[in-house]
Design a protein around this ligand. Sequence first.
Ligand code: SF4
Ligand code: SF4
Ligand code: FES
Length: 242
Amino acid sequence: MVDTETFLDVSIWRDQGGDGHFETYQVPRLANQTILDVVSWVQQHIDPTLSYRFACRVGMCGSCAMMVNGEPRWTCRTHVKKVVVEDCLEIAPLRNLPVIKDLVVDMDPFFDKWVAANAVFEPSRTRDDPMAPITPDDPMRIVADGAIECINCAVCYAACDVVAANPEYLGPAALNRSWSLVNDSRDAGQAQRLHAVSAGGGCHNCHSQQSCAKFCPNELNPTLSISGLKRATLKSLLRWDR
Ligand code: SF4
Ligand code: SF4
Ligand code: FES
Protein backbone atom coordinates (compact mmCIF):
# COMPACT_ATOMS: atom_id res chain seq x y z
CA MET A 1 0.00 0.00 0.00
CA VAL A 2 1.37 3.43 -0.92
CA ASP A 3 1.12 6.27 1.58
CA THR A 4 0.93 9.12 -0.96
CA GLU A 5 1.18 11.70 1.83
CA THR A 6 4.62 10.64 3.00
CA PHE A 7 7.97 10.61 1.23
CA LEU A 8 11.44 9.63 2.33
CA ASP A 9 14.45 11.85 1.58
CA VAL A 10 16.99 9.28 0.46
CA SER A 11 20.65 10.17 -0.14
CA ILE A 12 22.37 7.49 -2.20
CA TRP A 13 26.09 7.30 -2.96
CA ARG A 14 26.72 7.60 -6.69
CA ASP A 15 30.13 6.82 -8.13
CA GLN A 16 30.52 6.25 -11.86
CA GLY A 17 34.32 6.14 -11.62
CA GLY A 18 36.05 8.38 -9.09
CA ASP A 19 33.37 11.11 -8.87
CA GLY A 20 31.77 9.81 -5.66
CA HIS A 21 29.03 11.95 -4.13
CA PHE A 22 25.55 11.64 -2.59
CA GLU A 23 22.43 12.33 -4.65
CA THR A 24 19.05 12.80 -2.99
CA TYR A 25 15.81 11.20 -4.16
CA GLN A 26 12.22 11.41 -2.94
CA VAL A 27 10.81 7.93 -2.44
CA PRO A 28 7.20 7.17 -1.41
CA ARG A 29 6.87 5.56 2.00
CA LEU A 30 5.34 2.07 1.75
CA ALA A 31 4.05 -0.35 4.35
CA ASN A 32 6.67 -2.91 5.48
CA GLN A 33 9.27 -1.32 3.19
CA THR A 34 12.88 -2.51 3.40
CA ILE A 35 16.03 -0.56 2.55
CA LEU A 36 16.47 -2.80 -0.49
CA ASP A 37 12.91 -1.87 -1.58
CA VAL A 38 13.92 1.81 -1.39
CA VAL A 39 17.05 1.29 -3.51
CA SER A 40 15.09 -0.81 -6.03
CA TRP A 41 12.37 1.87 -6.24
CA VAL A 42 14.96 4.51 -7.15
CA GLN A 43 16.49 2.24 -9.77
CA GLN A 44 13.10 1.28 -11.25
CA HIS A 45 11.40 4.70 -11.16
CA ILE A 46 14.12 7.37 -11.28
CA ASP A 47 17.52 6.17 -12.49
CA PRO A 48 18.00 2.76 -14.16
CA THR A 49 21.79 3.26 -14.11
CA LEU A 50 21.92 2.93 -10.31
CA SER A 51 24.04 -0.15 -9.51
CA TYR A 52 23.61 -2.33 -6.44
CA ARG A 53 23.77 -6.01 -5.55
CA PHE A 54 21.16 -8.45 -4.28
CA ALA A 55 19.94 -11.96 -5.06
CA CYS A 56 17.68 -13.81 -2.62
CA ARG A 57 15.81 -10.93 -0.90
CA VAL A 58 15.25 -13.20 2.12
CA GLY A 59 18.49 -12.99 4.13
CA MET A 60 20.19 -16.07 2.68
CA CYS A 61 22.76 -14.99 0.08
CA GLY A 62 24.58 -12.18 1.90
CA SER A 63 24.91 -10.01 -1.22
CA CYS A 64 22.82 -6.94 -0.34
CA ALA A 65 24.82 -5.35 2.49
CA MET A 66 25.25 -1.55 2.47
CA MET A 67 25.85 1.28 4.94
CA VAL A 68 22.54 2.74 6.11
CA ASN A 69 22.69 5.96 8.11
CA GLY A 70 26.34 5.14 8.82
CA GLU A 71 25.83 1.55 9.99
CA PRO A 72 26.30 -1.73 8.06
CA ARG A 73 23.04 -3.61 7.36
CA TRP A 74 21.70 -6.48 5.26
CA THR A 75 19.29 -4.31 3.33
CA CYS A 76 16.73 -6.94 2.29
CA ARG A 77 15.89 -7.67 5.94
CA THR A 78 16.25 -4.14 7.34
CA HIS A 79 12.92 -2.36 7.58
CA VAL A 80 12.89 1.38 6.93
CA LYS A 81 11.00 2.01 10.16
CA LYS A 82 13.87 0.46 12.16
CA VAL A 83 16.59 2.81 10.85
CA VAL A 84 14.94 5.93 9.38
CA VAL A 85 15.73 9.25 11.09
CA GLU A 86 13.17 12.06 10.57
CA ASP A 87 12.11 10.60 7.18
CA CYS A 88 15.76 10.64 5.98
CA LEU A 89 17.99 7.78 4.88
CA GLU A 90 21.62 7.83 3.79
CA ILE A 91 22.62 4.73 1.82
CA ALA A 92 26.27 4.12 0.93
CA PRO A 93 28.51 1.24 -0.16
CA LEU A 94 29.94 -1.04 2.53
CA ARG A 95 32.84 0.47 4.45
CA ASN A 96 36.37 -0.99 4.23
CA LEU A 97 36.00 -2.30 0.66
CA PRO A 98 36.82 -0.58 -2.68
CA VAL A 99 33.81 0.81 -4.59
CA ILE A 100 33.29 -0.56 -8.11
CA LYS A 101 30.24 1.57 -8.93
CA ASP A 102 27.55 3.30 -6.85
CA LEU A 103 26.59 0.81 -4.10
CA VAL A 104 28.61 -2.12 -5.47
CA VAL A 105 31.88 -2.95 -3.71
CA ASP A 106 34.71 -5.24 -4.72
CA MET A 107 34.51 -8.30 -2.42
CA ASP A 108 37.90 -9.69 -3.48
CA PRO A 109 39.87 -8.26 -0.51
CA PHE A 110 37.26 -9.77 1.84
CA PHE A 111 37.50 -13.27 0.36
CA ASP A 112 41.28 -13.07 -0.18
CA LYS A 113 41.50 -12.88 3.60
CA TRP A 114 39.51 -16.11 3.98
CA VAL A 115 42.23 -17.77 1.90
CA ALA A 116 45.00 -16.03 3.90
CA ALA A 117 43.39 -17.27 7.14
CA ASN A 118 43.30 -20.87 5.81
CA ALA A 119 39.55 -20.65 6.31
CA VAL A 120 39.05 -23.47 3.83
CA PHE A 121 38.34 -27.10 4.74
CA GLU A 122 41.36 -29.43 4.39
CA PRO A 123 40.03 -32.98 4.14
CA SER A 124 41.76 -35.68 6.18
CA ARG A 125 40.05 -38.49 4.27
CA THR A 126 39.58 -39.31 0.62
CA ARG A 127 36.21 -39.83 -1.08
CA ASP A 128 36.84 -43.58 -0.84
CA ASP A 129 37.07 -43.56 2.97
CA PRO A 130 33.92 -43.97 5.10
CA MET A 131 32.36 -40.73 6.30
CA ALA A 132 33.64 -39.58 9.72
CA PRO A 133 30.77 -39.74 12.24
CA ILE A 134 30.29 -36.53 14.26
CA THR A 135 27.39 -36.56 16.69
CA PRO A 136 25.40 -33.38 17.51
CA ASP A 137 26.52 -33.59 21.16
CA ASP A 138 30.24 -33.71 20.26
CA PRO A 139 31.79 -30.79 22.26
CA MET A 140 33.83 -29.57 19.26
CA ARG A 141 30.76 -29.73 17.05
CA ILE A 142 28.83 -27.62 19.57
CA VAL A 143 31.55 -24.93 19.51
CA ALA A 144 31.67 -25.02 15.69
CA ASP A 145 27.87 -24.69 15.55
CA GLY A 146 28.08 -21.29 17.24
CA ALA A 147 30.12 -19.89 14.35
CA ILE A 148 28.86 -21.81 11.35
CA GLU A 149 25.84 -19.87 10.02
CA CYS A 150 27.85 -17.14 8.27
CA ILE A 151 26.34 -15.87 4.99
CA ASN A 152 29.53 -13.99 3.91
CA CYS A 153 27.74 -10.65 3.90
CA ALA A 154 30.79 -8.61 5.11
CA VAL A 155 28.63 -6.56 7.49
CA CYS A 156 31.06 -7.40 10.33
CA TYR A 157 34.02 -6.48 8.10
CA ALA A 158 32.49 -3.06 7.44
CA ALA A 159 31.82 -2.59 11.17
CA CYS A 160 35.41 -3.36 12.21
CA ASP A 161 37.56 -0.35 13.14
CA VAL A 162 40.72 -2.47 13.15
CA VAL A 163 40.14 -3.39 9.48
CA ALA A 164 39.68 0.33 8.77
CA ALA A 165 42.97 1.19 10.50
CA ASN A 166 44.97 -1.84 9.33
CA PRO A 167 44.09 -3.19 5.88
CA GLU A 168 46.27 -6.25 6.60
CA TYR A 169 43.96 -7.40 9.41
CA LEU A 170 42.16 -10.60 8.39
CA GLY A 171 38.91 -9.37 9.91
CA PRO A 172 36.04 -10.96 11.83
CA ALA A 173 34.44 -13.15 9.13
CA ALA A 174 37.60 -14.94 7.94
CA LEU A 175 38.73 -15.50 11.54
CA ASN A 176 35.25 -16.70 12.54
CA ARG A 177 35.36 -19.26 9.73
CA SER A 178 38.86 -20.36 10.76
CA TRP A 179 37.58 -20.95 14.29
CA SER A 180 34.73 -23.14 13.05
CA LEU A 181 37.33 -25.22 11.16
CA VAL A 182 39.67 -25.41 14.18
CA ASN A 183 36.73 -27.19 15.81
CA ASP A 184 36.20 -29.58 12.90
CA SER A 185 37.82 -32.88 13.89
CA ARG A 186 37.78 -34.03 10.22
CA ASP A 187 40.08 -31.18 9.13
CA ALA A 188 43.78 -31.86 8.49
CA GLY A 189 45.02 -28.26 8.17
CA GLN A 190 45.14 -27.14 11.81
CA ALA A 191 48.89 -26.40 12.16
CA GLN A 192 48.97 -24.22 9.03
CA ARG A 193 45.69 -22.57 10.04
CA LEU A 194 46.89 -21.61 13.52
CA HIS A 195 50.10 -20.29 11.99
CA ALA A 196 48.13 -18.23 9.44
CA VAL A 197 45.75 -16.68 11.97
CA SER A 198 48.55 -15.72 14.38
CA ALA A 199 50.69 -13.99 11.71
CA GLY A 200 50.99 -10.19 11.30
CA GLY A 201 47.36 -9.38 10.40
CA GLY A 202 45.93 -12.15 12.54
CA CYS A 203 43.66 -12.65 15.52
CA HIS A 204 45.86 -10.87 18.08
CA ASN A 205 45.02 -7.51 16.42
CA CYS A 206 41.39 -7.76 17.57
CA HIS A 207 40.52 -5.29 20.35
CA SER A 208 37.45 -7.35 21.41
CA GLN A 209 35.01 -4.42 21.43
CA GLN A 210 32.39 -6.47 19.53
CA SER A 211 31.24 -4.13 16.74
CA CYS A 212 31.21 -7.24 14.54
CA ALA A 213 28.89 -9.08 16.92
CA LYS A 214 26.66 -6.04 17.35
CA PHE A 215 25.90 -5.82 13.62
CA CYS A 216 26.08 -9.46 12.42
CA PRO A 217 22.61 -10.07 10.97
CA ASN A 218 22.78 -13.78 11.83
CA GLU A 219 23.61 -13.00 15.45
CA LEU A 220 27.02 -14.68 15.27
CA ASN A 221 29.75 -13.51 17.62
CA PRO A 222 33.07 -13.33 15.74
CA THR A 223 34.68 -11.74 18.83
CA LEU A 224 34.06 -14.97 20.74
CA SER A 225 35.51 -17.01 17.87
CA ILE A 226 38.57 -14.77 17.75
CA SER A 227 39.12 -15.13 21.49
CA GLY A 228 39.05 -18.91 20.91
CA LEU A 229 41.70 -18.49 18.20
CA LYS A 230 43.83 -16.36 20.53
CA ARG A 231 43.76 -19.15 23.14
CA ALA A 232 44.43 -21.88 20.56
CA THR A 233 47.37 -20.03 18.98
CA LEU A 234 48.95 -19.36 22.39
CA LYS A 235 48.53 -23.01 23.39
CA SER A 236 50.12 -24.12 20.13
CA LEU A 237 53.02 -21.68 20.69
CA LEU A 238 53.63 -23.08 24.18
CA ARG A 239 53.67 -26.60 22.75
CA TRP A 240 56.33 -25.50 20.19
CA ASP A 241 58.45 -24.02 23.01
CA ARG A 242 58.75 -27.36 24.84
S1 SF4 B 1 35.82 -7.28 18.09
FE1 SF4 B 1 37.65 -7.60 16.81
S2 SF4 B 1 36.92 -8.37 14.83
FE2 SF4 B 1 35.13 -7.56 15.98
S3 SF4 B 1 34.90 -5.46 15.20
FE3 SF4 B 1 36.20 -5.34 17.03
S4 SF4 B 1 38.36 -5.54 16.29
FE4 SF4 B 1 36.97 -6.16 14.62
S1 SF4 C 1 29.98 -13.24 10.59
FE1 SF4 C 1 27.91 -12.34 10.40
S2 SF4 C 1 28.27 -10.25 9.65
FE2 SF4 C 1 30.15 -11.39 9.31
S3 SF4 C 1 30.04 -12.10 7.19
FE3 SF4 C 1 29.23 -13.75 8.53
S4 SF4 C 1 27.02 -13.40 8.64
FE4 SF4 C 1 27.93 -11.53 7.82
S1 FES D 1 19.45 -10.23 -0.97
FE1 FES D 1 20.22 -12.10 -0.14
S2 FES D 1 20.71 -11.58 1.92
FE2 FES D 1 19.78 -9.79 1.15
